[in-house]
Design a protein. Structure first.
Lengths: 248, 317
């Protein structure tokens, strides 16, 4: 049995099908890359799976139990954490307090005491190399740091499954390499990941499998090399004319 | 959030000790002033739970105060219960009412929530106005007590309890949950916080304290009517005091109540017309110079024009 099984997940906004009949399995311990052009439904899929948006149809099972219709906080406590594409820091709290919230309320009820939460938060900040900002107000971080803080908050929840929504946007190539290494270390510590990313090099290096969304539908899925050379994928991203000219 | 240190606790304990023995040597005027001050400070601390920590600006907290006042009023003067039984019920009834009303209206945010709470308070006044048991528009008269000391200690006790609860919020899991909701509710929920439950609990807690204060107020003042206990200005006072002192801090509402109650007492004995104007001016000055309140400004010791310019930029006033 796969860790996460999604079957026919559909989300319509009025007449627009943002996500349409998407099914996939997520195996324990793997990294699934989720790509697709802007507006293809990646973030909507994350929002539906994590309970932030209601389903129009379909179902997602986590460890065999349906999580459709459960509120976000329950799904978070069950062990499914996420980051937000548009970061949502707790601005007036310090960085370590932000991360402590994750430790306090995360998987299976979270840390029992503030001091335990602080210890866990320190550990996670060290892991994502943000310790030097621990006592700074979250408002004072730059965008890449905010993304890393979001990652730290999600990790402090000790998730089984982690959904990362474009945590590498705005990073330079060296920072991207560091982020790829970091995400691999998260997986090695036993967390299964879905990674949404536009940086193709990163997604190729990271993913065990890649799933492509296009206009809300699943275009294809498979090993990175195969998916990224698929003519349909190339034309979805770059237009049909480019794909033909490239001889794909 | 407030950092933990022993100094405020020691100072607080000393102040309480002094206050506890004080009324024996105080003039009747000063005693009345202090009872009123404790009342306002307790109301500001109670508002702080929902408005300051949770970030839901309630403009209707006077409803809980009024419900508390009328619970004690009806039990005392109509049903002739002892005050010792009536007062706890004031807190319980106001708390239950806050929880019940909170469940639907806490789904609203920002201005919509503010307007809904304002509506709740206005509606409560009209309901009380039209009920028989509350005496309608003529109000209720309590049995008269000559000795103000019980009220002094009761108000002080409620203020202490409300302050302790605020302090607990600043250093507990529950408080972290509320602050996370204030800062970003979507992120808070994704991180495992049951926002609906937490908000309702905060509103109920806020309501309980306002209800208790209302109960003591009714017996102390001996006469209540709908116009008197459901005044919009009472809610506004709670908000101004909390904002002036520092929302979401423990000592902020205390400081705000102390400064504002003292100044408006001085002004109203000398310049009545200025007293009304004063609250308005204070709000403008606070928003411009120290949007995080007096407590924060004192801690950072920043009262400069540069600070004003930075606030204008940062908060786009």
């Amino acid at each position: 049995m796969a860790l996460v099984e999604a079957r026919g997940v559909t989300k319509r906004f009025g007449g627009l099908a943002a996500v349409s009949e998407v099914s996939f399995d997520l195996q324990d311990g793997e990294i699934l890359g989720l790509i697709g052009p802007n507006g293809s439904g990646k973030t909507t899929l994350v929002n539906v799976v994590t309970g932030a948006l209601p389903y129009t149809a379909g179902e997602v099972r986590f460890r065999g139990d349906s999580i459709r219709g459960r509120p976000p906080y329950e799904i978070g406590r069950m062990g499914v954490s996420r980051t937000f594409q548009i970061v949502k820091p707790f601005r007036n709290l310090t960085v370590i307090q932000n991360v402590m919230v994750g430790a306090l309320f995360g998987a299976r009820g979270g840390a029992a005491t503030l001091s335990e939460a602080r210890r866990r938060a320190e550990e996670v900040l060290d892991f994502v190399s943000l310790s030097h900002r621990a006592e700074m107000a979250a408002d004072g971080l730059n965008v890449p740091e905010r993304k890393r803080m979001e990652l730290a908050r999600a990790l402090a929840m000790r998730p089984t499954v982690l959904l990362l929504d474009e945590v590498m946007a705005g990073l330079n190539p060296a920072e991207i390499d560091a982020a790829v290494a970091l995400i691999k270390r998260i997986r090695d510590r036993g967390t299964t990941l879905i990674v949404i990313e536009h940086v193709m090099k990163a997604i190729r290096d990271l993913s065990d499998r890649i799933m492509v969304l296009f206009h809300g539908e699943k275009l294809t899925e498979g090993p990175p090399a195969e998916v990224l050379s698929n003519p349909d994928v190339v034309s979805a991203y770059l237009g049909r004319r480019y794909a033909e000219r490239a001889g794909a | 959030m407030a950092t933990r240190s022993s100094a405020p606790v020691v100072i607080g304990a000393l102040v309480v000790l002094v206050l506890a023995v004080a009324p024996m040597g105080l003039s009747p005027f000063l005693t009345q002033f202090l009872i009123n001050l404790f009342m306002l400070a307790a109301l500001a601390e109670s508002w702080n739970i929902i408005g300051g920590f949770t970030g839901y600006a309630s403009f209707g907290n006077v409803a809980f105060f009024g419900i508390g006042a009328y619970t004690t009023g009806v039990l005392l003067s109509v049903l002739e219960w002892p005050f010792a039984l009536a007062l706890p019920l004031s807190g319980l009834v106001a708390m239950a009412f806050a929880a019940l009303v909170g469940m639907p209206i806490l789904r609203l945010k920002g201005h919509y929530f503010a307007i809904a709470t304002l509506g709740v308070a206005e509606t409560m006044r009209e309901i009380v106005y039209n009920l028989k048991i509350t005496g309608g528009g003529t109000g209720l008269t309590m049995p008269i007590t000559k000795n103000p000391l019980p009220f002094f200690y009761l108000m002080l006790g409620i203020l202490l309890a409300a302050t302790v609860v605020n302090w607990w919020l600043s250093a507990s899991r529950f408080g972290y949950g509320l602050v996370a909701i204030r800062e970003d509710e979507d992120a808070a929920m994704a991180m495992g916080i049951n926002a609906a439950l937490y908000k309702t609990a905060a509103f109920a807690l806020s309501g309980a304290f306002a209800g208790l204060v209302g109960g003591v107020f009714a017996y102390w003042i001996t006469f209540i009517d709908p116009e008197g206990v459901f005044k919009v200005i009472t809610t506004i006072q709670m908000i101004i005091m909390a904002v002036f002192g520092g929302m979401g801090t423990v000592v902020g509402p205390l400081l705000g109540a102390l400064v504002l109650a003292s100044v408006s007492e001085l002004l109203s004995t000398h310049l009545v017309s200025l007293a009304e104007l004063f609250n308005g001016i204070i709000v403008i000055l606070v928003v411009l110079f120290m949007p995080k309140g007096l407590a924060d400004a004192i801690r950072k010791r920043e009262f400069s024009l540069r600070q004003l310019a930075r606030n204008l930029r940062e908060y786009r006033v």
